[in-house]
Ligand binder design. Structure first.
Ligand SMILES: Cc1cc2nc3c(=O)[nH]c(=O)nc-3n(C[C@H](O)[C@H](O)[C@H](O)COP(=O)(O)O)c2cc1C
Length: 185
C-alpha cells in the first residue's frame, strides 16, 4: 500500500509564520502516526501569479503542481491566520480557483491562529462552512492557537498540542491508519 500523503496548506501571506509552523506540526504528526509523508506549503509558495490568476491555468507551473498535490493528498491540514475575523483574502482567492468537487470527501483538519482568543470561532464559523461548500470531510476537532501558545515560532502549549493530537487521531481513523493510534488521555 503506498504511503499516505498528508498535505498542509497555510493561508499565511507573511513569513516567518506561526500558522505555517502550526499546520506543518499537525501534518507531520499525522504522517508520523500513519507511516506516511507530509508536505506543507503556504501562499508564498503559490508565487506571484496567484493574485492575477482568474482561473487555475493562469497559475504558474509550480503553483499548478501544488494543486495536483491537493488532489493526490489523502489528508489535508488547512490553516489560516485570522485577518479581520476571517481567513486571509489570498487563501480564499486560491480556494476560489479550485473546482467545487476538488475536495469532495477529502479528510480535512481545520486550524487557525490569531492575535487573541476573541476570534477562536473562526475555525467553526468561517473555515468549516467554507470546506462544507467543498463537501470535504472536516474532522470534528478544529484547533485555534494564539501567540502565547508559541515560543520562538514553535508550538509549546501542551493544551493546544493535546487538542491537535485529538484531531490527528480523527484524521488517522478517517484514512484507516489506526495501527499506531491510541486515544489521548
Ligand atoms: C491584517 C491583519 C489582520 C488581523 N486581524 C486579526 C483579527 O481579526 N483577529 C485576531 O485575533 N488576530 C488578527 N490578526 C493577528 C493575526 O491573526 C495573528 O498575529 C496570527 O497569528 C499571525 O499568523 P502568522 O504568524 O502565521 O502570520 C491580524 C493580523 C493582521 C496582519
Amino acid at each position: 500500500m503506498p504511503a499516505k500523503l498528508v498535505l498542509g496548506i497555510s493561508g499565511n501571506i507573511i513569513r516567518p509564520s506561526k500558522t505555517l509552523t502550526f499546520v506543518d506540526h499537525i501534518a507531520g504528526q499525522i504522517a508520523f502516526r500513519s507511516g506516511g509523508v507530509s508536505r506543507t506549503f503556504d501562499i508564498q509558495d503559490l508565487g506571484t501569479s496567484l493574485g492575477q490568476a482568474r482561473q487555475l491555468n493562469e497559475l504558474e507551473p509550480s503553483a499548478r503542481d501544488l494543486v495536483e498535490l491537493i488532489a493526490a493528498a489523502d489528508v489535508l491540514v488547512v490553516g489560516s491566520p485570522t485577518y479581520k475575523g476571517s481567513y486571509t483574502g489570498l487563501f480564499k482567492h486560491f480556494l476560489d480557483l479550485l473546482d467545487p468537487a476538488a475536495l469532495r470527501g477529502k479528510p480535512v483538519i481545520l486550524a487557525a491562529t490569531g492575535g487573541g482568543e476573541r476570534h477562536s470561532l473562526i475555525v467553526e464559523h468561517q473555515l468549516r462552512p467554507l470546506f462544507g461548500f467543498f463537501e470535504a470531510l472536516t474532522m470534528p476537532t478544529a484547533i485555534y492557537a494564539t501567540a502565547k501558545d508559541f515560543a520562538e515560532g514553535v508550538l509549546v502549549s501542551e493544551t493546544i498540542q493535546a487538542r491537535a493530537q485529538q484531531a490527528v487521531i480523527e484524521a488517522c481513523r478517517a484514512i484507516g491508519a489506526t495501527e499506531n493510534v491510541s486515544l489521548a488521555a
